[in-house]
Design a protein around this ligand. Structure first.
Ligand code: PMP
Length: 389
């Protein structure tokens, strides 16, 4: 029997053979002509994937946390006020990063785990105070909650607040129209819906964000994250000119360029629709199996991943059973409910066959722990939803 396990966690995900092959190309100089071309093309493609023709893209070696760090380090000066739209663990991480650079942070918290703050509540906070920056976690990976970025970014524009979106678990899977919606910084990492092994921090900054950065009165307090160093590098690669600040992750950039090419070949609208269809089908299966989502309503549930409570009588032993059936899922992350739920990633190159394999393995795991259900009921629901389109 094949030993291979299907990796269905919310990042890192499974990558396409073409991307993995690009990783294995001979490493060249970071100043070689073919690398300048690949890096330059990746920057151009990043603008297209973020739907931000006016944005300044940055590709830097590091993880998603570095992309968050970079946004905060370059936009915040000591004493600035920031508003965090709080939907879970990763929203709290952004608050901590903003505070590290001297911001006074106010949080607009979700009324309950699995919920998101009402847009009206965020509007009320913006009405009460003046904020330089507002952060939104588009999909909080700890709760699987999807924030209404479009409406929130509209508020940011209305109140003159820079809008920063943590899209680590969403960009290239969920709809995000950076320019059209007025998002000032959108950021992600390579290992999720972008479809490249871990190691790249990706960020696109609007002209407004770059202008705010240029007007700083104090130096950026983080040496490696400083746009003063990185902007000339990105501009050089865009112009296919060699320039050095810190060695780029050469093979990851090869792979990124291939993956962005695949994403654009599918088309952003088709890609978003595929993620929606797979998420809907997966939720149909969970519902048929009698499992309850962490997000309080389907409209607040992400399409790139799902967070779901263990049913009565089942605990984290389920993950081991599902793995024995061939599929790797993730445990809980939110500190208050960590042991009560688990998470499934369904983003990037994921296809309907992966979804059906996951539901099948989940049924086997549940059955192995004595959970009572009619075998195949989850599979039938997923299949029916897939066939609906
Ligand atoms: N934000 C969100 C929404 C995430 O899901 C993650 C990673 N799970 C991060 C930030 C941090 O990214 P990284 O682990 O790559 O530093």
């Amino acid at each position: 029997m094949k030993e291979r396990k299907l990796l269905m966690i919310p990042g890192p995900i499974e990558f396409t053979p073409e991307v993995l092959q690009a990783m294995g190309q001979p490493t060249t100089s970071h100043l070689a002509a073919n690398f300048l071309e690949a890096f330059g093309q990746a920057l151009e493609r990043l603008r297209e994937v973020f739907l931000s023709p006016s944005g300044q893209p940055f590709i830097v070696a590091g993880s998603g946390t570095l992309a968050m760090d970079m946004a905060a380090a370059n936009l915040i000066e000591p004493g600035d006020r920031a508003l965090v739209v709080h939907t879970g663990y990763f929203s709290e991480r952004f608050a901590a990063i903003l505070e590290r650079y001297g911001a006074t942070v106010e949080r607009v918290c979700a009324p309950a785990i699995g919920d998101a703050p009402a847009v009206e509540e965020v509007a009320a906070a913006l009405e009460r105070g003046t904020y330089k920056v507002m952060t939104i976690t588009q999909v909080d990976t700890s709760t699987g909650v999807l924030a209404d970025v479009r409406a929130l970014a509209g508020l940011g524009r209305q109140y003159g607040t820079l809008v920063v979106v943590d899209g680590v678990c969403s960009i290239a899977g969920e709809e995000l129209r950076q320019d059209e919606w007025g998002v000032d910084v959108a950021l992600t990492a390579s290992q999720k819906a972008i479809g490249v092994p871990p190691g790249l921090a990706l960020l696109v900054a609007s002209p407004r964000a770059m202008e705010t950065f240029r007007r700083r009165k104090t130096p950026v307090a983080n040496y490696y994250a400083d746009w003063t160093e990185w902007l000339p590098i990105m501009e050089a690669y865009q112009a296919r000119r060699p320039r050095y600040f810190a060695t780029p992750a050469v093979n990851l950039v090869w792979a990124l360029n291939v993956s962005l090419g695949q994403i654009l070949a599918e088309g952003m609208d088709a890609r978003i629709a595929r993620h929606r269809r797979i998420a809907r089908s997966f939720r149909a299966a969970l519902s048929a199996l009698g499992l309850r989502l962490v997000p309080v309503s389907p409209e607040k549930a992400a399409h790139t991943m799902t967070a779901v409570y263990y049913p009565e009588g089942v605990d984290s032993a389920l993950l081991e059973k599902v793995q024995q059936a061939g599929v790797i899922l993730a445990g809980g992350l939110h500190p208050e409910i960590r042991t009560r739920y688990f998470r499934i990633g369904h983003m990037g190159a994921v296809n309907p066959a992966d979804l059906l394999a996951t539901v099948g393995a989940l049924e086997q795991g549940l059955a192995g722990l004595g959970y009572r259900f009619e075998p195949g009921v989850g599979l039938a629901a997923a299949q029916a939803a897939l066939l609906e389109g």
